[in-house]
Design a protein around this ligand. Sequence first.
Ligand SMILES: [Zn+2]
Length: 193
Amino acid sequence: MIMQIQPQTGLLVDVKYSHSPNFDERPVTGQIDLLVIHGISLPPGEFGSDDVMALFTNTLNPQKHPYFAHIAEVKVSSHLFIRRDGEIHQFVPFTKRAWHAGKSQFQARENCNDYSIGIELEGTDTVAYTEIQYQQLAAVTVALMQTYPGITLERIVGHSDIAPLRKTDPGEAFAWDRYRQLLNELLVDQHRI
Ligand SMILES: [Zn+2]
């Protein structure tokens, strides 16, 4: 599977786009050299609702679930959300700064939102992510690496790697081996072309 990114707009081609108001400009235009993998589900541990999309677009109903009352006012977003069935949603252009990492640090550089792309997988720390999620994530990653060469295999991390005291996602359930295997296969294929 080949995915394409329009460099001018910073949007994936042929992917559902829901505009999030939770973004701003990157402090250094064009500086994109880290990919952060997250896991999220709303309500926590439940899959299939549209509540993550609602959270990222500030339309979450605080009365729908007790947990939502605490988070409905939180202003967050990610560039992409990959559902259990592999469907991809984009909320913020890659060229803009999404608000996914919070207080964070990678190799002595703070504020990872400034220079990273954030991808949320629908899931939890302890439930296996789906095969199609890995395939979609790998395909998107290769497209991102081609469009933003600062993102290399060594510069793909989990949220827990850059905010270890606060965050545990994508959790032990995320199979880094499977993800890297798929990435390597796709990258080898690309070089053959
Ligand atoms: Zn996260």
